[in-house]
Design a protein around this ligand. Structure first.
Ligand code: CMP
Length: 139
């Protein structure tokens, strides 16, 4: 089915000026960018976005990193967009990511792993709504 998912290009990637290379991977996989903006998250915004991880030992590190530089937030649309995006991102740990995936090619570590993508329809809906109003999304 035609789906939408939420995607974020992380500060390690904006710092290295490779957002275009990442968008190329997404588009080449058949995903369409139907909304996009570059923003700087505050620590508080990063904490709210990643609230589900608040009890994890890496929460401080994660939210400090995610507010350390600009991110590019996106809505991606395509057939099975959620699974397709996860496939093209590769495993969270770049050492375990399949060759050719975004994380295999670009990620620096498990924390600084270049991209985030929603893991299920419910989180996709929530994460899109966290950053975008309906009128900002145009197929
Ligand atoms: P993401 O898909 O953005 O969702 C949560 C993030 O936490 C994950 O990608 C990783 O970047 C980060 N993360 C997961 N495990 C660790 C870890 N052990 N140390 C630091 N960051 C982690």
């Amino acid at each position: 089915a035609l789906e939408r998912t939420f995607s974020m290009i992380k500060p390690d990637a904006t710092r290295r000026n490779i957002t275009g290379k990442i968008v190329d991977k997404l588009e080449s996989a058949g995903l369409r960018v139907v909304a996009q903006k570059r923003i700087l998250m505050s620590k508080k915004t990063a904490e709210a976005f990643y609230a589900v991880h608040s009890e994890r030992p890496f929460f401080q590190e994660l939210t400090e990193f995610m507010s350390s530089g600009p991110v590019v937030v996106q809505v991606l649309e395509g057939e099975n967009a959620i699974a397709k995006n996860r496939e093209v991102m590769g495993a969270t740990d770049p050492a375990k990511a399949d060759p050719g995936t975004i994380r295999a090619e670009f990620a620096e570590s498990i924390g600084e792993n270049s991209v985030h993508g929603s893991d299920a329809p419910g989180t996709a809906k929530e994460e899109i709504a966290f950053f975008f109003s309906g009128s900002e999304i145009t197929g």
